[in-house]
Design a protein around this ligand. Structure first.
Ligand SMILES: Cc1cc2nc3c(=O)[nH]c(=O)nc-3n(C[C@H](O)[C@H](O)[C@H](O)COP(=O)(O)OP(=O)(O)OC[C@H]3O[C@@H](n4cnc5c(N)ncnc54)[C@H](O)[C@@H]3O)c2cc1C
Ligand SMILES: Cc1cc2nc3c(=O)[nH]c(=O)nc-3n(C[C@H](O)[C@H](O)[C@H](O)COP(=O)(O)O)c2cc1C
Length: 763
């Protein structure tokens, strides 16, 4: 096979080496515009896993690479006059130039021809070759030549950054430096890569960059200013640039590259040309080199080029997407970092370490148990004001708001049961809520309980507007209080245009087959073309519904509920006032956000007056309509949270969606938590996070990183009412009070756990 490799970076060279190793008779030519020693960039970071892959592929070059590596274990974070250091992170760095020289030598020794200082011609000029490999980096011309086939998607990210180097030593830790200046925050990612040189990437927001005047500086002026800004970390050493290939100031915006396809006829993309990963997860070179090995292997093992390209793409695309996902989280963390500057150094450090969501709480425990236990103690001390002797996982740290203390931070999220008749809870509800309260969660929410018969979503919804309702709910609440440590919250709501619909397991949100009742809403906008046209609410309707909320709150107070939540999410009545998708009123209740919030605020204020002072009120909102700029977006949700908090709401329960049939949500693990994080840290309010959170590790990471104050789990509590007790056993935390009749079960569970851990060598 004759292969033309356009671009002699880590991707192109590793491909050439591997193809030759598979079959020396292959004719491989690498075209590279630079000279052999003429490389941009500084150090490259590779993990042990990647080193292992390189070793399996080519022990010769990998030995040389390994011999040239600088290893370090710690991450040090300079922030607000403190240095936080945690260990067990295990990185290795090598100079990019050294890496390329090793690969160049190895390629040549295997018979690869490398044509340096040669500009690659358009891909269709290489007609004599069986394949053309586009390994020409992030600005790939090969990709541009067949843009119609590859369909690239290039996302230019917000921050400005520059690759610099220094002889100052950063050899004891991968170092992050966050520096507050009169122009804003500016930060550094620094790591050693040979005996006397370290990479020193400087990054900041575009706004800060302009305020500094970097946009008007050449590279010399930029370096001089960066040296001044970071003087106290540089120990008198200079900063250096080797970006002679770049015009202008050498500052960059990161380009996230995705391609719909990676091959077209006999042309295939590799490395940065096909997909990039942000430098903050240090994986660009890893992706390029591992993809190169896969491509060469398939060209060797598959019967023809087409199937080799297909297998290469199938295998590598998944890995690339996984990494790009982590890289996106990490990129966004740095873009939003100003939000986290309110955090204490311990929490800031934790947030930074877990930013890509690849490292969880228990990963951190494995890496540096001492640091994590210090962080856990800090968390508890901050929450309770007491210094604990032993650390406990954050989910088991009590939470106090007004006069209510929750024993821990796990909540059973509100979940409609659709089992009531005429709004009255029955034996189903008694058993359901009693079991969840026995299961160890600190707070159990009731399902959305409606303030009037018309305000119900379905005929099976519970209500709180009659003496029967009061009696039935009181029996549940009394049991919870007498027999468990859990607190119980009532969620009050009104269905609005989504009312008079079928039970959850029938056709959800579809009108009843018979016996529909009329529905109302802020505007005459039906939930879907199939649903009833709601009546636009008059001021008299508003008075009535406000009073219904107050009436239900009064009953809830009499019953002794500990907490009240107003359901202002998911497209029900209050939510449909807040989102412009369904509120099209022309009066003072429609239009601006301030107007759209007017009625929901009025209801909150009236309820607050009727609700005991010592008990909290949370409000559940949809922080994202998922319909682009027409609807609520997370930045609007910050404003909504601010308005509610200023009115006296104690916590925001951050859900999302279900406000429009046009919504296109992006699901995933903990997918709504970023909205809680944003609201909590930008609006400075306490939040509950919810949505696809299902492991104890998720809960602890969310709390410890300051992404929420409480965590709600819904579906996990349907499959396991004892989720919290089981989580404690999994984490070997023995501070949970099990119901006394179940103590023998607890003892057996803990015994079995520790036995299986001993057998699997975990302890
Ligand atoms: C300025 C800069 C500095 C970087 N520094 C580092 C660093 O210090 N550490 C790190 O881990 N990662 C660094 N990266 C990221 C890293 O380069 C990539 O993620 C990784 O090298 C991808 O490998 P690749 O082989 O796909 O592409 P590249 O390494 O970009 O290699 C592409 C090669 O193609 C050549 N080329 C491009 N167009 C043509 C053409 N028309 N004709 C001939 N040759 C061509 C280029 O000269 C280059 O050698 C840096 C990126 C940039 C843009
Ligand atoms: C069966 C079921 C019923 C639900 N009913 C309600 C409800 O009454 N009120 C509410 O605010 N959310 C309700 N939700 C949404 C959940 O509270 C939660 O936000 C959502 O399920 C995401 O959390 P999870 O991934 O832990 O399930 C319901 C969810 C389920 C699965």
């Amino acid at each position: 096979m004759r292969a033309a490799v356009l671009g002699g970076g880590p991707g192109g060279l590793n491909f050439a080496i591997t193809l030759k190793l598979r079959d020396p008779s292959h004719d491989v030519v690498v075209i590279e515009r630079n000279r052999p020693n003429d490389t941009f960039g500084w150090g490259v970071v590779l993990s042990d896993e990647t080193l292992g892959n390189l070793h399996t592929n080519d022990p010769v070059s990998s030995k040389e690479i390994r011999d040239s590596f600088v290893y370090w274990d710690d991450i040090a974070v300079h922030y607000r006059g403190t240095v936080m250091r945690s260990g067990g992170h295990g990185f290795s760095g090598i100079g990019r130039k050294r890496l390329l020289n090793i690969l160049q030598d190895r390629a040549r020794s295997l018979g690869v021809k490398i044509e340096f200082e040669t500009e690659a011609a358009p891909p269709d000029s290489y007609r004599d070759f069986d394949i053309v490999v586009g390994a020409d980096g992030v600005n790939s011309r090969v990709r541009a030549s067949y843009a119609d086939a590859f369909k690239p998607d290039i996302d230019v990210r917000a921050c400005k950054y520059i690759w610099l180097g220094t002889h100052q030593k950063f050899d004891d830790a991968f170092t992050f430096i966050f520096e507050q200046t009169e122009h804003g925050w500016i930060w550094v990612h620094a790591y050693q890569f040979d005996a006397d040189t370290a990479t020193f990437i400087v990054e900041c927001s575009e706004q800060t960059w302009r305020r500094f005047g970097f946009d008007r500086m050449d590279i010399g002026e930029t370096i001089a200013l960066c040296e001044r800004i970071f003087a106290r970390y540089l120990g008198g050493h200079k900063l250096m640039s080797n970006a002679r290939h770049l015009r202008g100031s050498a500052w960059l915006n990161f380009n996230r590259v995705l391609c719909e396809r990676w091959s077209h006829e006999n042309v295939v993309l590799l490395g940065d040309a096909a997909a990039t990963a942000h430098f903050s997860v240090g994986s660009g070179s890893k992706l390029a080199m591992e993809s190169a090995i896969a491509l060469a292997n398939y060209l060797d093992s598959e019967p023809d080029i087409t199937s080799a390209f297909r297998r290469y793409e199938d295998e590598r695309r998944l890995e690339v997407l996984r990494l790009q996902n982590a890289a996106r989280n990490s990129t966004e963390w740095f873009e939003d970092v100003e939000r986290y500057f309110v955090l204490d150094p311990v929490q800031f450090n934790y947030s930074l370490l877990t930013r890509s969501q690849r490292i969880s709480h228990e990963n951190l425990r494995q890496r540096d148990p001492q640091w994590l236990s210090g962080a856990e103690k800090w968390f508890e001390q901050k929450a309770t004001g007491r210094s604990p002797n032993a650390a406990r996982p954050p989910m088991f740290v009590p939470f106090r708001v007004r006069g209510i203390e929750l024993a821990n931070r796990v909540c059973v999220s509100p979940m409609a049961q659709y089992r009531a008749v005429n709004g009255t809870p029955n034996e189903w509800h008694f058993v359901h809520y009693a079991e969840r309260a026995k299961g160890g969660a600190g707070l159990v929410f009731t399902e959305m309980t409606c303030v009037s018969p018309e305000g119900r979503i379905s005929p099976g919804c519970t209500g709180l507007y009659s003496p029967e309702h009061e009696t039935a709910w009181k029996r549940i609440v009394d049991f919870v209080h007498t027999e468990t440590e859990a607190k119980i919250a009532i969620q009050l709501g009104h269905s609005g245009a989504k009312g008079s619909t079928q039970l959850g397991w029938e056709e959800s949100d579809a009108p009843l087959k018979a016996g529909n009742w009329p529905v109302l809403a802020p505007s005459a906008v039906p939930w879907s073309p199939r649903n009833q046209m709601p009546r636009e609410m008059s001021r008299a309707d508003m008075d009535r519904i406000r009073d219904e909320f107050v009436g239900s709150a009064e009953i809830a107070a009499r019953i002794g509920f500990d907490w009240l939540e107003l359901h202002y999410a998911h497209g029900y009545l209050m939510s449909s006032f807040i989102t412009p998708l369904t509120n099209q009123r022309k009066d003072e209740y429609g239009g601006s956000l301030e107007n759209r919030m007017r009625f929901p605020l009025e209801v909150f204020r009236a309820v607050r007056k009727a609700w005991p002072d010592e008990k909290p009120i949370s409000v559940r909102i949809s922080a994202h309509d998922w319909v682009g700029t027409d609807g609520i977006r997370p930045q609007d949700a910050v404003e909504i949270a601010r308005i509610l908090t200023e009115a006296g709401v104690d916590l925001i329960d951050v859900s999302a969606g279900q406000t429009s049939t046009r919504a296109r949500p992006v699901y995933g693990r903990m997918f709504q938590t970023p909205f809680s994080d944003r609201i909590r840290n930008e609006a400075g309010v306490a939040t509950l996070a919810v949505g696809n959170i299902y492991e104890p590790d998720h809960v602890n990471s969310i709390l410890m990183a300051g992404r929420a104050d409480l965590v709600c789990l819904a579906r996990p509590h349907l499959s396991d009412p004892y989720w919290t007790l089981h989580a404690a056993a999994e984490l070997r935390y023995d501070g949970m009070n099990w119901p006394k009749p179940y103590l023998a079960g607890r003892d057996q569970l803990y015994r079995l756990r520790s036995r299986s851990e001993t057998m699997t060598g975990k302890v």
